[in-house]
Design a protein around this ligand. Structure first.
Ligand code: FES
Length: 571
C-alpha cells in the first residue's frame, strides 16, 4: 500500500511546519521517525483498568498485540478509553455504555490510525467499543480478554452465576455465612471475565460469530498462554486488514447479524445480547428489529451445556472445541459464506473444528435443550415487546396466570420484599417498575429480583418476575425483561397495580394485563411524571436521549456514523 492511501498520512505524511508538529511530538516518546513513517498505524483501544478487574490483565495482553503489529510491518499506538467494570460501577455500568462508545468513536476519528484493535472483556466493554468503532468504520478487529478459570468450592465447580443461588441459600438458611466466604474465595481464581455463559462470554461469542475476531477468540481462558498467541496473531492480522481495506461495514452485513443471533441461541447467550446487538446494528446501518431475535432463534436448539442454562463453564467449552465447534454443528442454519476478519468465510473457519466433548457441545440430533434463543413477548403490558430466555425459565411457569405484586422502584422492592406482611404467594407475579433506560436511569440488572424470604423458606425457587430492567447474563429464572415502553416513559407498565391479573404464555408469545383499555386510559391520565428527575450532567443527557430497550437503548443522536474523515485541521 502506498503511503498516500494510508489515512495516517493526513497527519504524519505532512511536510514543513505541519509535519514537524506531528512528527516532533511522536519523537518525544523516544520513537524515531523511521519507526512509524509510511507504515500502517494501528490503534490499540485498551480498556485496562484496576477498577475493571475482568480487564486487569490487558496491559500484558496489549504487549502481545503490539508484537504482532510490529511483526507484520505496522506501528502500534495504544490508547485508553473509559473502562466499564460491571462489579464496581454504580448505579450501573450500562448507564455509561453510550458514553464510552462516544469516547471510542471520537478517539479513533481524531487520531492518525489506519486500523484498530479493540480490547474487550467485561460485559459493556465489548458493545461500547464495537458501537463506537462502527460509527467510524475503518479496518477493526476485536481481541477479547478471555474468561476466568472455572471456580472451585468444596470439591465442585462454581462460577459467578452461583452468586444468585448462594444468596438465596443464605437467606433461606441452607448456607452459612462462613461457607459463603469460602465460596467467594474460590470463585474468581484467575484473570479474566465471568466464566459462565454470562453477558461477557455472550459478547465474546457475539464478536466471533459476527466475524469481528479471529476464530477461537471467545473461549480461550485469560490465563491460557494461547490467549496471548491469539492476541499476537490478531495484531498481525489487523495490518493485513488495513492493506486489504477490510472495513467493519464489509463484515457486518445483515447475514452476519443473523448468524450471531442463531449462535447466541445455540449457546444459551445472555438477554443483554439483544440490546447490544440492536445498538451495534443501528450504528453500522443494518436494519435489525427486536422481532428478528425471536424469528431467527425459534428453531435453534440449545447445543452448549453451559451455566447458567446448563452445567459447564467457558474453560470447558474451549477444551471441547470452542465456538468454532458449536458453529460447525450449527452450520446448516448459518450463512456459511459470510466473510470474517481473517479474510476467510464462516464455513472455512469452522469446518476444521472438532467437538471432543459431547457433554459440553451437544448435537443437533440430541441437543442439550430444545427451548433456546430469545422469546419476544407482545401484549398490552409491553406494546413494543419484552424478552425472556426460555432456557433459563422453569417449565411449570411457561404458561402462568397470577396476580401482580407491584414494586414501584428498586428502593420499594428492597424495603418490602422480605416483609412478613407482604401479600404474596408462589402464584403471584412480581412486578418491578422504573428500572428501565430512563427510569433507573441506565437500565439496571435487577430484573431477576430475589424471591420473598417467606417463599424461599417454603422451598419455592422460581416465580414469574417482570420488569423494564435487564438481568445479569449469569442470572436465571422465569424472568420477563426489557418491557417496552418502560414505566418511566408512561406506558401501560407504569400503571399496573397490586392485584391486577397478568397472563404469561411463552409458547404463544403473550404477556397480557387483564385490565380494560378504558381503565388503563383512566389510570394513565392520573399518572404523574417523576418530578425528581436529574437536572444536570451526563445522566441528564442520557435520560433525554436514550431510546427504549426494543431499539437498543442507544442515544437517538448516535445512530449511524460520521465516518473516518476529519473535515478540519487546526495545524
Ligand atoms: Fe466482568 Fe462478569 S463482572 S464479566
Amino acid at each position: 500500500m502506498s503511503e498516500k492511501q494510508l489515512r495516517s498520512q493526513n497527519w504524519l505524511g505532512k511536510k514543513w511546519k505541519d509535519g514537524l508538529n506531528y512528527l516532533a511530538w511522536m519523537r518525544n516518546q523516544g520513537i524515531p521517525t523511521h519507526e512509524f513513517k509510511g507504515k500502517p498505524i494501528i490503534g490499540i483501544c485498551n480498556t485496562w483498568s484496576e477498577l475493571t478487574p475482568c480487564n486487569g490483565h490487558f496491559r500484558e495482553l496489549a504487549v502481545s498485540i503490539k508484537r504482532g503489529i510490529l511483526e507484520a510491518g505496522g506501528f502500534p499506538v495504544e490508547f485508553p478509553v473509559m473502562s466499564l467494570g460491571e462489579t464496581l460501577m454504580k448505579p450501573t455500568a450500562m448507564l455509561f455504555r453510550n458514553l464510552v462508545s462516544m469516547d471510542v468513536e471520537e478517539s479513533i476519528r481524531a487520531n492518525p490510525v489506519d486500523g484498530v484493535v479493540l480490547m474487550c472483556g467485561c460485559d459493556k466493554t465489548t458493545p461500547s467499543l464495537v458501537m463506537g468503532a462502527c460509527s467510524v468504520n475503518i479496518p477493526t478487529i476485536v481481541v477479547s480478554g478471555g474468561p476466568m478459570l472455572t471456580g472451585k468450592f468444596q470439591g465442585r465447580n462454581i462460577g459467578t452465576s452461583d452468586v444468585w443461588r448462594f444468596a438465596d441459600n443464605v437467606r433461606s438458611g441452607i448456607m452459612s455465612e462462613e461457607e459463603l466466604n469460602l465460596a467467594e474465595s474460590g470463585m474468581c481464581r484467575s484473570n479474566g471475565h465471568c466464566a459462565p455463559m454470562g453477558t461477557a462470554s455472550s459478547m465474546a461469542c457475539m464478536v466471533e460469530s459476527l466475524g469481528l475476531s479471529l476464530p477461537e477468540n471467545a473461549a480461550i481462558p485469560a490465563a491460557d498462554s494461547n490467549r496471548k498467541v491469539l492476541a499476537q496473531l490478531t495484531g498481525m492480522r489487523i495490518v493485513e486488514m488495513v492493506k486489504e481495506d477490510l472495513k467493519l461495514s464489509d463484515i457486518l452485513t445483515r447475514k452476519a447479524f443473523e448468524n450471531a443471533i442463531k449462535v447466541n441461541a445455540a449457546i444459551g447467550g445472555s438477554t443483554n445480547f439483544v440490546i447490544h446487538l440492536l445498538a451495534i446494528a443501528g450504528r453500522i446501518g443494518v436494519d435489525l428489529k427486536i422481532d428478528d431475535f425471536d424469528a431467527l432463534s425459534a428453531t435453534i436448539p440449545l447445543l452448549a451445556n453451559l451455566q447458567p442454562s446448563g452445567e459447564y463453564f467457558m474453560e470447558d467449552l474451549y477444551y471441547a472445541g470452542g465456538l468454532p465447534a458449536v458453529m460447525k454443528e450449527l452450520i446448516e442454519y448459518l450463512h456459511p459464506d459470510v466473510k470474517t476478519a481473517n479474510g476467510l468465510t464462516v464455513k472455512e473457519n469452522v469446518m476444521k473444528a472438532k467437538n471432543v466433548n459431547e457433554n459440553v457441545i451437544t448435537s443437533l440430533e440430541k441437543p442439550f435443550k430444545k427451548n433456546s434463543g430469545i422469546v419476544v413477548l407482545k401484549g398490552n403490558l409491553c406494546i413494543e415487546g419484552a424478552v425472556l430466555k426460555p432456557s433459563a425459565a422453569s417449565p411449570h411457569l411457561m404458561k402462568h396466570t397470577g396476580k401482580a405484586v407491584v414494586f414501584e422502584n428498586i428502593e420499594d422492592y428492597k424495603a418490602r420484599i422480605d416483609s412478613p406482611d407482604l401479600e404474596v404467594d408462589e402464584n403471584s407475579v412480581l412486578i418491578l417498575k422504573n428500572v428501565g433506560p430512563k427510569g433507573y436511569p441506565g437500565m439496571a440488572e435487577v430484573g431477576n429480583m430475589g424471591l420473598p424470604s417467606k417463599l424461599l423458606a417454603k422451598g419455592i425457587s422460581d416465580m414469574v418476575r417482570i420488569s423494564d430492567g435487564r438481568m445479569s447474563g449469569t442470572g436465571f429464572g422465569t424472568v420477563v425483561l426489557h418491557v417496552s415502553p418502560e414505566a418511566a416513559a408512561g406506558g401501560n407498565f407504569s400503571v399496573v397495580q397490586n392485584g391486577d391479573v397478568i397472563q404469561l404464555d411463552i409458547h404463544n408469545r403473550i404477556l397480557h394485563l387483564d385490565v380494560s383499555d378504558d381503565e388503563l386510559d383512566a389510570r394513565k391520565k392520573a399518572f404523574k411524571e417523576d418530578e425528581s428527575k436529574i437536572k444536570r450532567g451526563y445522566a441528564y443527557l442520557y435520560i433525554n436521549h436514550v431510546e427504549q430497550a426494543h431499539l437498543g437503548a442507544d442515544f437517538d443522536f448516535l445512530k449511524g456514523g460520521s465516518g473516518s474523515i476529519v473535515t478540519r485541521d487546526s495545524h
